[in-house]
Structures are given as C-alpha cells and as structure tokens.
Write a protein that binds this ligand. Structure first.
Ligand SMILES: [Zn+2]
Length: 94
C-alpha cells in the first residue's frame, strides 16, 4: 500500500541547529535531511466568501489548515447594504 504522498509544495518552518528559522517549500523527507532541530508545517487558511465562494486570500492558520469563511465586498453590499464593509471602518479611523 502506498504511503501518504509527500506533498511537494507544502511549506514548512525549519528551525536550524544554528538558530536560523526559515520558511521553505519542499518535501518533508528532503527537508529532514537538513541540520534542523524542528520542522513545523506552515498552516494557512484559505479565505473564501461564504456566499459566492470567491477566493479572498490566505491567512495564518495558527495551527489550523483548511478553509475560513468571510464575506466579500460585493456580497456584503448585497446582503447588508445598510452597513459599511468592515474593512472600510478600519481605514476610516483617521
Ligand atoms: Zn461573495
């Protein structure tokens, strides 16, 4: 039976023995050959609009991977026209 495939484009945080910390993409089996003390996968959450499913970017998953739902600007305008889009509020603080 085949083992779980090395996901070629997975990004990891590598903690080198000399104190360096780097983000590298590669196969885990290859990266483990480097002089590292610890390897952690970089966890990213893909943010998609909960209504139209459009891709809205990625954010740090802080230990979780998967999909996070948000609302894109055009859906917000459609669903909540009486409220400003949240990002606008931050920008208008000055
Ligand atoms: Zn949307």
């Amino acid at each position: 039976m085949e083992q779980l495939k090395d996901r070629a484009l997975t990004e990891y945080i590598l903690y080198f023995e000399n104190g360096d910390i780097r983000r590298m993409r590669g196969k885990l089996s290859e990266l483990q050959k480097l002089p590292v003390t610890k390897i952690e996968p970089v966890t990213t959450l893909t943010v998609v609009c909960m209504y139209c499913k459009s891709f809205m970017g990625e954010k740090d998953g802080q230990g979780q991977t998967g999909t996070s739902h948000s609302i894109c600007r055009s859906c917000w305008m459609e669903k909540f026209p009486e409220y400003p889009y949240p990002e606008d509020e931050k920008e208008c603080s000055g």
